[in-house]
Design a protein around this ligand. Structure first.
Ligand code: HEM
Length: 175
């Protein structure tokens, strides 16, 4: 689709936008990126709201992985183990050191090592989607503001800096 073809119907979208995709937020919530404004958007749709709320308040896939590190005997700070699941995860040194131990002793911790690489695959694919979408948007509407009211491409570039599993990326520099 060319920019001119898109402009033929863009006005008809009103304020509709990928911003309102609850499926996308459910995926992000289970991966640990928790943004609550989508809950307000769906406050009048009980079924979708319940689905969103469950994903929002449930520990993420990464929380589960960190608990698995702890169960394997690796040291994890108590505040990470007891953290509130509805808050976006931020990097922690004890988690990074535990993953480093896994990567340095991959045979001993084989299952955790495999899990880590699967998580990196997921994040990599998600980021590729974000990048492809951002470039498509730049190609079609340049730097216009989005129909959802964001700063368009500049907003989408900012989201690219968000990591679901930060320590799994950081450790590569330190191995
Ligand atoms: C001409 C094609 C497209 C344009 C110009 C476009 C534009 C945009 C813009 C500007 C945003 C930022 C929010 C806003 O202010 O509206 C956005 C967000 C989003 N779009 Fe698109 N989009 C396009 C195609 C698609 C397609 C094909 C999908 C899914 C299959 C999609 C899914 C999303 C999602 C999930 C978001 C939220 C991203 C986030 O908040 O991280 N978009 N889009």
């Amino acid at each position: 689709m060319t920019p001119s073809e898109y402009l033929e119907f863009r006005d008809k979208l009103g304020h509709s936008s990928g911003f309102q995709s609850y499926q996308n937020r459910v995926i992000e919530f289970y991966l640990g990126y928790k943004t609550d404004y989508i809950l307000k958007i769906y406050s009048h749709e009980p079924e979708i709201h319940a689905q969103l709320l469950e994903a929002y308040s449930t520990p993420s896939l990464y929380d589960a992985a960190i608990h698995a590190l702890h169960r394997a005997g690796l040291n994890i700070d108590a505040d990470v183990l007891e953290r509130k699941p509805c808050i976006t995860y931020t990097a922690n040194d004890s988690v990074k050191e535990a993953w480093k131990e896994v990567y340095r002793n991959s045979e001993k911790y084989w299952q955790l090592y495999e899990l880590a690489e699967e998580l990196v695959d997921i994040e990599d694919l998600f980021q590729q989607w974000r990048f492809r979408h951002m470039k498509t948007v730049e190609r079609i509407i340049g730097f216009k503001v989005g129909t959802g009211g964001s700063q368009g491409v500049n907003y989408l570039k900012k989201v690219l800096d968000q990591y679901f599993f930060p320590e799994l990326w950081q450790l590569r520099t330190e191995l």
